[in-house]
Design a binder for this molecule. Structure first.
Ligand code: SF4
Length: 278
């Protein structure tokens, strides 16, 4: 393992996690008690290792933009692209302007250049301009879209987001969680997808949606948000794709007693995707 996590109570890791800085978020209080499922026990332990927060309060359209920029890349790469985009399109002459209007009107090549650090910049520029145009068309402004995400039934918001083109389930769920503050939403990214199948909590061959369904059923609603963010950090620091910490000894992983290690052979050091495990 290359770095030790910060074990300070409620500390946030130095590196940003997808949408997890949450300026408008607040520390959550949770009743102590025995976890009802293994999934909840894992989330409790990871929440203790990192932090426990509730989320919400971000502008939905900006959150959507941020999550699109972070697709297929790290936050380290996408953050400068987000900052550059907000500098260029978030205001004019010191006045804040509607980001959806600015992006819908943006010159595509210039926008691609601004977001270049995020990678796949031509493709992401196309998605951003079409999503911005769609938001204006259907909601009238970024502010109206924010209100829809915050106030409408999540069962209505999720399909509306998924219908936008270039917006997948993880992006939709991150917007619901970080801007809508919806509890009970457990976005599944590549780390979450890997970890909970290795643990044996989700079936080895489960796709992202199936893992999400298991977690949203077995983790209490108020713990899903930090379960998502803490799991991502855990996947980076401990249960990485190629070299999970348990290969260096079970004591190296803080949840090894809760894990089936599907696809991980600590005797031989062999690691395969859980779906390919014997
Ligand atoms: S025991 Fe190994 S496979 Fe299981 S969660 Fe820990 S690092 Fe991942």
């Amino acid at each position: 393992m290359s770095e030790e996590p910060d074990a300070t109570e409620n500390a946030e890791p130095a590196e940003n996690i997808s949408g997890g800085d949450g300026e408008a978020s607040s520390l959550a209080e949770f009743a102590a008690g025995e976890p009802a499922t293994r999934a909840e026990a894992v989330v409790d332990r990871l929440g203790g290792l990192y932090w426990q927060k509730t989320y919400g309060g971000r502008d939905a359209f900006e959150c959507l933009v941020r999550t699109i920029l972070s697709q297929n890349t790290s936050d380290v790469a996408s953050q400068p692209a987000h900052d550059a985009l907000m500098d260029r399109y978030g205001s004019a002459d010191g006045e804040e302007i509607d980001l959806a209007v600015a992006l819908a009107d943006a010159d595509r090549d210039e926008l691609a250049d601004v977001i270049r650090p995020a990678g796949l910049y031509n493709q992401k520029a196309d998605v951003l301009t079409s999503v911005a145009a769609r938001v204006l068309d259907e909601y009238g402004s970024a502010a109206e879209f924010d209100a829809f995400v915050r106030e409408a039934d999540p069962e209505e918001v999720r399909p509306a987001l998924l219908d936008m083109g270039g917006v997948g389930p993880k992006t939709a769920d991150c917007v619901l969680l970080f801007s809508g503050g919806r509890s009970g939403v457990f976005p599944v990214d590549t780390h979450v997808h890997r970890i909970y199948r290795r643990l044996g909590i989700a079936p080895a061959d489960a796709d992202h949606e199936a893992v999400r369904a298991v977690l949203e059923r077995e983790v209490p609603a108020e713990k899903c948000g930090f379960g998502h963010t803490a799991s991502i950090q855990f996947g980076r620091e401990y249960c990485s794709a190629r070299r999970p910490a348990c290969l260096d000894g079970l004591d190296e992983c803080p949840v090894s007693d809760l894990c089936d290690r599907v696809g991980v052979n600590v005797e031989t050091g062999a690691v395969v995707d859980p779906a390919d495990a014997e």
